[in-house]
Design a protein around this ligand. Structure first.
Ligand code: NDP
Length: 461
């Protein structure tokens, strides 16, 4: 009989924490999980899921316009922001219920309180002040938007958290940042009819993606009417008579109803009692873990965004499953970060897996690059001026496909399946031997027979 109250205590009810708690409990372990806000965490409550619902909402005006080319006459349409927010909230509440039901069904104890470490085996439940002990502790407290406190007037700005609950849809918005969140929300707000400006410090948005897609998406967004200011940063935000007044380094004075900062996310470790338990963090406050998600304290693990490895929901879930193997199945398992498929739910969408041309050029002596840019079939009748880009990066020596990049409709769906092929180590010959599925956009991926160009020692030849 263990001398602890629990075998496992999980702090944080997001994707990683809930998975770890639920599976450990289903293995017969005595488990408690504590969450201070809402079960489901960032992904379900104010991240991936509500964002995707907003993306769908923002696409309808283009669907209505496109319909005309197919013979439809669509009557007057209007959009009700409050209705969308309410419908989204109802769906999120349903999902939150499912998360709790899964935990309860596995016999995990669900605690609705903030929890802080007292020492390596003791946790204080802030709501009641009660302390409990656990043999193993898992920290999965996630992250929060970087408030950019150095910016004068940052307190007048919102983050993605508030964007999900704005009282009114603004007439205009300025979004600072050039990453996933900034780009996705710029497209959402623009699609809902908001005058949208994106302001980004670098030369081109989405710095970690393939250059072709970055440029392609930038052009498509500008063509839709989104203003993108690169090489620029916000210097100051203040309240003016008709809204917010912004000073930008290069673009001068701007005005907007709402300013949203999407400048990365910080790990949620403040006040967590990490010092008391002796858990080490890095200079950004992220918990330092080894290859198995174990902290420097033997019985304390950390996973998901709080460790600032790869800030993606499926990665946190994968880390939780590896924790279960390591801790409870006597099968030490390291999370595998190779070839993670990812999507940016912009409009058009980006779907990608593996290395960008630039990264691959540094790693391999010679590359074959297969690239297609074309007008999708639907656009021929809708009249929409849009182009899809598809790109395969192939290591010339081994013929292995080391990167696949798509810009266009359903790029995320395609990237998920391309992830299987790259993970399986498929070569370009495997792609060539695969029968095309006609008429689809994806068939282009198996019909690009000759390289568009080659890259040797990082240089295009
Ligand atoms: P990102 O890391 O994607 O982007 C942060 C952006 O802020 C970058 O453009 C960065 O510029 C810029 N930036 C950072 N600091 C400053 C600064 N001091 N001044 C000016 N600009 C700055 O973070 P997000 O906040 O967009 O998203 C957080 C994480 O959430 C992502 O990393 C992603 O993993 C995850 N996410 C995933 C989604 C998906 O899978 N579809 C959707 C949304 C979020 P630079 O590039 O020059 O460094």
């Amino acid at each position: 009989m263990s001398s602890y109250d629990y075998d496992l205590f999980v702090i944080g009810g997001g994707s990683g924490g809930v998975r770890g708690a639920r599976v450990a409990a289903s293995l017969g372990k005595k488990v408690a999980i504590a969450e201070e806000y809402r079960y489901g965490g960032t992904c379900v409550i104010r991240g991936c899921v509500p964002k995707k619902l907003f993306v769908y909402a923002s696409q309808f005006h283009e669907h209505f316009e496109d319909a005309a080319g197919f013979g439809w006459t669509v009557g007057d349409s209007s959009f009700d922001w409050k209705k969308l927010v309410a419908a989204k909230d109802a769906e999120i509440a349903r999902l939150e219920g499912l998360y709790k039901k899964g935990l309860a069904g596995a016999n995990a104890e669900i605690l609705e309180t903030r929890a802080e470490l007292v020492d390596a085996h003791t946790v204080r439940l802030v709501k009641t002040g009660q302390t409990v002990t656990a043999k193993t502790i898992m920290i999965a407290t996630g992250g929060r938007p970087n408030p950019h406190a150095a910016l004068p007037g940052h307190e007048f700005c919102i983050s993605s958290n508030e964007a999900f609950h704005l009282e009114e849809l603004p007439k205009s918005i300025v979004i600072a940042g050039g990453g996933y969140i900034a780009v996705e929300f710029a497209n959402i707000f623009h699609g809902l009819g908001v005058e949208t400006t994106l302001i980004y410090r670098g030369a081109e948005i989405l710095s970690r993606f393939d250059e072709d897609l970055r440029r392609g998406l930038h052009e498509a967004m500008v063509a839709k009417g989104i203003r993108i200011l690169c090489h620029d940063t916000l210097q100051k935000v203040s309240k003016g008579e008709g809204g917010l007044v912004l000073e930008a380094l290069n673009s001068g004075t701007l005005q907007a109803d709402v300013v949203m900062l999407a400048l990365g996310r910080d790990p949620n470790t403040e006040g967590l009692g990490l010092d008391a338990a002796g858990v080490a963090v890095d200079e950004r406050g992220a918990i330092i873990v080894d290859d198995y998600s174990r902290t420097n304290v033997e019985n304390i693990y950390a996973l998901g965004d709080v460790t600032n490895r790869v800030q993606l929901t499926p990665v946190a879930i994968h880390e939780a499953m590896c924790f279960i193997e390591t801790e409870y199945k006597n099968n030490p398992t390291r999370p595998d970060y190779e070839l993670i498929p990812t999507a940016v739910f912009s409009q058009p969408e980006i779907g990608t897996v593996g290395l960008s041309e630039e990264e691959a050029g540094k790693r391999y002596g010679e590359l074959e690059v297969y690239r297609a840019q074309f007008r999708p079939l639907k656009a021929t009748l809708s009249g929409r001026a849009e182009r899809m880009i598809m790109k395969l990066i192939v290591d010339a020596a081994s013929r292995k496909v080391v990167g696949a990049h798509i810009l266009g409709h359903d790029a995320g769906e395609m990237a998920q399946l391309l992830g299987v092929t790259l993970k399986a180590g498929c070569t370009k010959d495997d792609f060539d031997q695969t029968m095309a599925l006609h008429p689809t956009a994806a068939e282009e991926l198996v019909t690009m027979y000759a390289p568009t160009y080659r890259v040797r020692d990082g240089q295009r030849i």
